[in-house]
Design a protein. Structure first.
Length: 133
C-alpha cells in the first residue's frame, strides 16, 4: 500500500466520481496504522467517503467490507464497482456479487485474465471515466 502512486489520477477520478453522485470507499486488508500512514497528506482524501481496513478476520476486504458498505449506504451489490490492483482482489470479491475492474500496474492484464478472461482491466484510474457515466 505505501508504495502505491495513485496521486496523479486519484484526485481527478475521485472528484469526477463525486460529480456523478457516487460514493468513494477505499477497502484495504492492511491494518489501520498502515492505511493512515498511506493517507497522510494525500490531497484527494477529502473526496473519499470511507476508509476501511483490516480489523480482524470478521472485518476485512471482501465480503465483510462489502456487506458493511451495502448496509451503511443502502446499496445493492450491483450498485458497487470494486477496483482492485491484484488478481487476489478479484478472488476476494468474486462471491460478493459486485462489479470488478482490475487496475494494472503491480500486476499485468494477463495476470488478471489468467484468473478470468472476462475481467475488465484499466491501466490508470482515469480509465474509469469511460466506464462510469
Amino acid at each position: 500500500l505505501l508504495s502505491m502512486d495513485i496521486n496523479n489520477d486519484a484526485r481527478s477520478i475521485f472528484e469526477y466520481l463525486k460529480t456523478r453522485r457516487k460514493y468513494v470507499v477505499i477497502s484495504s486488508n492492511n491494518e489501520r496504522h498502515t492505511v493512515e500512514q498511506f493517507l497522510s497528506g494525500k490531497p484527494w482524501k477529502k473526496f473519499v467517503d470511507e476508509f476501511l481496513w483490516f480489523e480482524e478476520p470478521e472485518f476485512r476486504k471482501g465480503e465483510p467490507h462489502t456487506k458493511y458498505i451495502i448496509e451503511k449506504y443502502s446499496l445493492k451489490p450491483d450498485d458497487i464497482l470494486f477496483i482492485g490492483d491484484s488478481p487476489r482482489d478479484y478472488l476476494l470479491m468474486e462471491a460478493t456479487g459486485v462489479g470488478f475492474i482490475g487496475l494494472a500496474g503491480y500486476h499485468t492484464p494477463q495476470e488478471f485474465w489468467g484468473i478470468s478472461g472476462e475481467i475488465p482491466v484499466i491501466r490508470r484510474l482515469t480509465g474509469l471515466r469511460m466506464i462510469v457515466r
